[in-house]
Design a protein around this ligand. Structure first.
Ligand SMILES: Cc1ncc(COP(=O)(O)O)c(C=O)c1O
Length: 384
């Protein structure tokens, strides 16, 4: 097939649900363009409904929400935080910035989530927290991980960048950790370009979290009329999301149901129509354990070896389809070696998976013809 006259299918295209421009105009016209304005209140309400969080604070990114969680933990240099090696750099950076040591645990070969059976061996007397990442929005084994954290007195944090709308045994992702971080980056199911949120499931954290997000001041209390002036009361930074971006986010959250049903339609077609091809070629499709409802955040395939993964990406590119790899193991990255260390046993599963994984295009505006083109292009590849 020649791609010459066909439009390329990108890995991701941001979706416009309809009300974005109207809300953006309203935000600009009403003049409340800094943080914590009317659209922030609307988006926060919708986010709390979806996740069941006690409080949600919109932030300028998931990276910043994670940094806030590190400040809220009151980490001291040398404290340790256990997390997967198979994750985005921000998961580790947030804690390394406070002088803590990221301890990287290996992932499960099926879901690519942190392997809950390896966590106990990673705990030392300096361990303060466990950060989980629900890869592709498929839940980690939260029962076992929650039990470990409880028994060893560790704070559980969810990096829920992928997981909005996902659940584990009927309970929303983002509601398991004492804190959870969301991303509204352009690549996420619900997006405002750059944005995020810190979900707080422990009411005791709310007051200090508001202060940290407002440059270390009690300005939030001042706005509510609870103090007559605001002052510098703690360390903090500027982590608020502009209300202009919160306007875009509000429109997206209001359309969450539509966005999700379109993403699920593409995900399910991939899963069904690539099943026999994957089996014949020794390629693994995503695995969904019992009790995990996922939000169709991404569709990934695991090839038998890195050479076939690279050749497949080139095969799709020749047919006008953009497929991409994903995380590079943090335990072996230059900064991972400098600031962190691997948990006992290392991360061999992560190393093997990272080299063999590819993600197919998945966005709400893929129509049936686009989806069929990706499937056809994929099925014409044969593992060598
Ligand atoms: C697991 C994970 N955590 C954190 C982030 C950072 O998100 P943001 O770009 O909103 O800071 C990402 C980004 O993709 C991610 O995949």
């Amino acid at each position: 097939m020649s791609a010459t006259f066909l439009k390329s299918i990108p890995f991701n295209r941001t979706h416009v649900s309809g009300n974005e421009l109207g809300y953006l105009t309203e935000a600009v016209r009403q003049g409340f363009t800094c943080g914590d304005g009317p659209f922030t209140r609307r988006a926060t309400g919708l986010l709390k409904e979806t996740t069941g969080a006690k409080e949600a604070l919109l932030t300028s990114s998931c990276t910043h929400a994670l940094e806030m969680s590190a400040l809220l933990l009151g980490l001291q240099p040398g404290d340790e935080v256990i997390m997967p090696s198979f994750t985005f750099v921000s998961t580790a950076n947030a804690y390394a910035l406070r002088g803590a040591v990221p301890v990287f645990a290996d992932c499960r070969p099926d879901t690519l989530n942190v392997d809950e059976r390896l966590l106990e061996a990673a705990v030392t007397d300096r361990t303060r927290a466990v950060v989980v990442v629900h890869y592709a929005g498929v839940a980690c084994e939260m029962e076992a991980i929650g039990e470990l954290c409880e028994r060893r007195g560790l704070t559980l944090i969810e990096d829920n960048a992928h997981g909005l709308g996902g659940s584990y045994r009927g309970r929303p992702l983002g509601s398991f950790g004492r804190m959870a971080a969301q991303s509204f980056h352009a690549t996420k199911n619900v997006q405002c370009g750059e944005g995020g949120a810190l979900l707080l499931n422990d009411a005791a954290l709310i007051g200090r979290a508001e202060i940290i997000r407002e440059k270390g001041t009690d300005r939030s209390r001042f706005y509510r009329g609870q103090v007559d002036k605001y002052r510098w009361v703690d360390i903090g930074s500027s982590y608020l999301l502009s209300d202009v971006l919160a306007a875009q986010l509000t429109a997206q959250l209001e359309s969450f149901g539509t966005i999700q049903s379109r993403r699920h339609a593409v995900w399910h077609r991939y899963h069904e129509e690539l099943g026999d091809w994957a089996a014949e070629n020794g390629i693994s499709q995503p695995v969904l354990p019992e009790g995990c409802d996922h939000p169709a955040h991404l569709y990934h395939l695991l090839f038998p070896d890195p050479e076939n993964r690279q050749a497949f990406i080139g095969h799709l590119a020749d047919r006008g389809v953009q497929a991409v790899f994903h995380y590079q193991p943090l335990h072996a990255a230059p900064a991972g070696l400098r600031y962190g260390r691997a948990a006992p046993g290392g991360c061999p599963v992560t190393e093997r998976a990272a080299d063999r994984l590819v993600r197919l295009p998945l966005f709400p505006d893929m129509d049936d013809a686009d989806t069929a083109r990706v499937i056809d292009a994929t099925r014409t590849y044969g593992v060598r």
